[in-house]
Design a protein around this ligand. Structure first.
Ligand SMILES: Cc1ncc(COP(=O)(O)O)c(C=O)c1O
Length: 439
């Protein structure tokens, strides 16, 4: 069954959930109740319960259109791309190339040569670390990270720093979870070769001022890699306007399939970077002792590629575009404002991250007094609520915050204020059990 995403608004003034076709004067809000109908996971009970899915920073759910695109590819057009003259191989090549074009348009890159498909954000960062880092970062150079990085944007740089005798430097956050200008200026200097920064913290929800930091780093002669795993699913990204040197993300955090990710890099950089993995179709000519490589982007795509993943990602981009990234962002901001307002008034909760909505997105970390986050995640699961507990693959940040673990909720376009109300009811119940009825 295929469904078309509906560009409907939720008419809050009239206190009705009836869908009304888009009307700019009414605020252009999306109606998550309608959008939920596009997602099969919300049509049935999950493990016998209505699903309240608040773990979107880990991975997002898929609309029918994405599932259908992958099914159709697998059923009708599956072939090995770039390797055959027969119909299916040609068709798979066509779909793979179209998906690349779709990604290029979505992030507004100059050329499809700048879009390299990878398995995920982690692989994209490793590609840059092993190809750029191991060849262009030298002894004494500095690599500057924020303390809020996911392990995927720390470990590869630790390897580079170790092998190349470079130095890792961290930019620390202020008490509200933000990066101050002074901190940025004191860490990014003429010795900095590369800055690696997440677009949005997957723990605190802080949206970092990436454009300003990129501009400052460029003035100092450094390149910048933006980890967009929590950026591009939630805000409009224009890599040319940002002037990012590298921007990386995962399909599965933006309604697409797992196993497909993207490295965007400026063409001039990709031209001089050597291949990361080799073999398969990334060659021009191979002799017994040596090889020359295929032009971009194939030079960085060794072995048979994930065509169904690329097709699914393209369908996810179509779906996001049919709604509009500005509306998705606004919806998440509305949910975050609502959740913060409700949660800030609860005495047993400790919340982490910026209080100013302008500086954050739809990820909220918190702890409940007297309940370990892992216990809490299991208890709310009994109410059908999916949230994340643990160190969120950001142990240096957790240590900096003097936390062992936290709970995390994260929103996407299909979440509703009702989801937040139900979460809070469930937290209240958990708290009552743990404190023998006293809150
Ligand atoms: C900020 C950030 N970077 C990187 C990653 C790693 O993404 P993946 O596992 O898709 O490679 C995540 C995953 O949660 C993330 O939140």
């Amino acid at each position: 069954m295929s469904r078309v995403a509906l560009n409907y608004i939720y008419n809050e003034n009239a206190r009705t959930r009836r869908p009304i076709i888009i009307n700019k004067e009414m605020g252009n809000k999306i109606n998550p109740y309608l959008l939920k109908k596009d997602f099969p996971v919300f049509q049935d009970k999950v493990d016998g319960r209505e699903l309240i899915y608040l773990d979107n920073a880990a991975t997002t759910q898929k609309p029918y259109t994405v599932i259908e695109a992958v099914r159709k590819y697998s059923q009708q057009f599956h072939g090995n791309p770039h390797r055959g003259a027969h119909y299916l191989s040609v068709k798979a090549t066509e779909l793979y190339d179209q998906a690349r074009q779709k990604v290029r348009e979505f992030i507004k890159a100059r050329s499809a040569k700048e879009i390299i498909f990878t398995r995920n954000t982690t692989e994209a960062i490793n590609l840059v670390a092993y190809s750029y880092g191991m060849n262009f970062i030298d002894e004494g150079d500095e690599i500057v990270l924020s303390i809020a990085e996911h392990h995927s944007n720390i470990l590869p740089w630790q390897q580079v720093a170790r092998s190349r005798r470079a130095r890792l430097k961290y930019m620390y956050l202020d008490e509200d979870g933000r990066l101050s200008k002074d901190e940025v200026k004191s860490k990014i200097t003429e010795r900095t070769k590369l800055v690696c920064l997440t677009h949005m913290s997957n723990v605190l929800g802080t949206i970092f001022p990436v454009r300003e930091i990129i501009e400052y780093a460029h003035q100092k002669g450094a390149l910048v890699l933006i980890d967009g795993a929590q950026g591009i699913p939630h805000v409009e990204v224009d890599v040319q306007e940002l002037n990012a040197d590298f921007y990386v993300f995962s399909g599965h955090k933006m309604l697409g399939p797992m196993g497909i990710g993207v490295l965007y890099a400026r063409e001039e950089l990709l031209e001089v970077m050597p291949p990361f993995l080799s073999g398969g179709d990334m060659i021009e000519y191979v002799s017994e002792d040596t090889a020359s490589f295929a032009p971009l982007p194939e030079k960085f795509e060794a072995g048979t590629q994930n065509v169904e993943g690329a097709v699914g990602l393209a369908a996810a981009i179509d779906y996001l575009n049919s709604i509009g990234m500005d509306k998705i962002h606004q919806h998440e901001q509305d949910l975050t404002a609502y959740a913060l307002e409700r949660m800030q008034g609860i005495s047993y909760l400790t919340l982490y991250g910026p209080t100013d909505l302008e500086e954050r997105g739809g990820i909220i970390s918190f702890n409940v007094a007297g309940i370990h986050p892992h216990d809490l995640a299991s208890i709310v699961d009994l109410d059908g609520i999916a949230l994340r507990a643990g160190h969120h693959c950001a142990q240096p940040l957790m240590k900096y915050l003097q936390l062992v673990a936290s709970c995390r909720i994260s929103f996407y376009l299909y979440n509703t204020k009702e989801d937040i109300d139900q979460l809070i009811d469930s937290l209240d119940r958990a708290r009552s059990w743990f404190s023998n009825g006293t809150k």
